[in-house]
Ligand binder design. Sequence first.
Ligand SMILES: NC(=O)c1ccc[n+]([C@@H]2O[C@H](COP(=O)([O-])OP(=O)(O)OC[C@H]3O[C@@H](n4cnc5c(N)ncnc54)[C@H](O)[C@@H]3O)[C@@H](O)[C@H]2O)c1
Length: 404
Amino acid sequence: MKLEDIKNITVLGAGAMGHGIAQLCAVAGYNVVMRDIEKKFVDDGLGKIKWSLDKLASKGKISADMVKASLDRITTTTDLKESVKNCDFMIEAIPEVLKLKQDTFKEVDAIAPKHAILATNTSALPITEIAAATKRPEKVVGMHFFNPPQMMRLVEVIYGAKTSKETAEITYNLAIKLGKEPVYCLKDIPGFLANRVMNPPGNFLAWLVSEKIFTPEEIDSASHFKLGNPMGTFGLMDYVGLDVGYNVQKFFEQREPPYKVAPILEEKIKKKELGVKTGKGFYEYPDKQWRIPPEWSKEKAEKVDHMMSAYVAINKAVQIVADGVASVEDVDKAVRLGFNMPFGMLQIADSLGLDVVVQKLEELDKKYGKIDGLHALLEPHPLLKKMVKEGKLGQKTKQGFYKY
Ligand SMILES: NC(=O)c1ccc[n+]([C@@H]2O[C@H](COP(=O)([O-])OP(=O)(O)OC[C@H]3O[C@@H](n4cnc5c(N)ncnc54)[C@H](O)[C@@H]3O)[C@@H](O)[C@H]2O)c1
């Protein structure tokens, strides 16, 4: 199959991600079937698409004709069979439960045309295990959009163990057609690219809070006042909802010991202190609206090295490259676009100097490496040490992860 052969796209799930993905496909000119389990869910999803398209039209970003044509291309149903019987490409965006996804893929595999590619928008579940429920694992692929999919430009295209190159390439090109900037994740690893780099540093900082080495407000003050980070690490967790990141963290713990979720996160989840939406997370939100926590101060900022978590993130990005999971450019692009950062972590490593990064990681490892599971995050990756030995220190030697 070629990209041009795709005419009909089915989106399973009309929730936060599903309705946004359906909208993108319809605007790009595809016939879309959006399926959810109850009529009220599909109606709600379709209502949100209408609202969003009208808003785009009111800002002059698309014409009124385009709104109508896009809506005309979307049909909705609650019948799974009906939804996939004519599809060329399916994007699944149903809840993050492996068994549910496997059962759905198995059912879809039996009904969908033989040529159809079946993609999953899972945030963290293994593509290989979802694909194993079908008789076409070479046509099953990860297509990981970021929230909200209408706005966020990143799409991670993830290979399961049996995904064919053709399937991955069509998915990559489809993402471009939808106006996105895709990256390849060549191996099916927990967290894929962006979350794999950016979640462990948050857990590292949460461990320092659990061990009472720093308080959340000290860490966030440093990040806010010294780095210009608007929300800080714990403020951002509160904003997104602690449960969202926790599920990905838990997955790392199950799949990649000695990784261990910090006790403070476990406690907050147990107490249902999930952040802004519950009025309390690491900070309190009396109006259930995010605000700069009153506890932050420039004095508190002075107690903390604001770059600590960046070294951890760099170490994870290096591991991805060393393991042949993605190119240097794709890891950096995933972090930039997935987390709205001005630079990728390997660009930052090059500008700091790889010798400095190794030295800082060694210092952190010495101080905190004895804490449960942290040594694995803090021990400088062998590739970093090798590059330092070879004199590839980054910008200052004109060669690091990039050439200058
Ligand atoms: N929300 C995010 O930030 C985000 C980002 C990237 C990826 N994801 C992933 O996308 C997927 C969907 O997440 P979401 O946030 O849109 O969830 P959601 O709860 O908002 O929506 C899921 C929808 O799927 C429906 N559903 C349940 N079973 C179904 C089935 N068998 N067939 C069709 N629809 C079914 C539910 O009724 C619900 O409307 C998950 O795998 C999630 O991990 C979420």
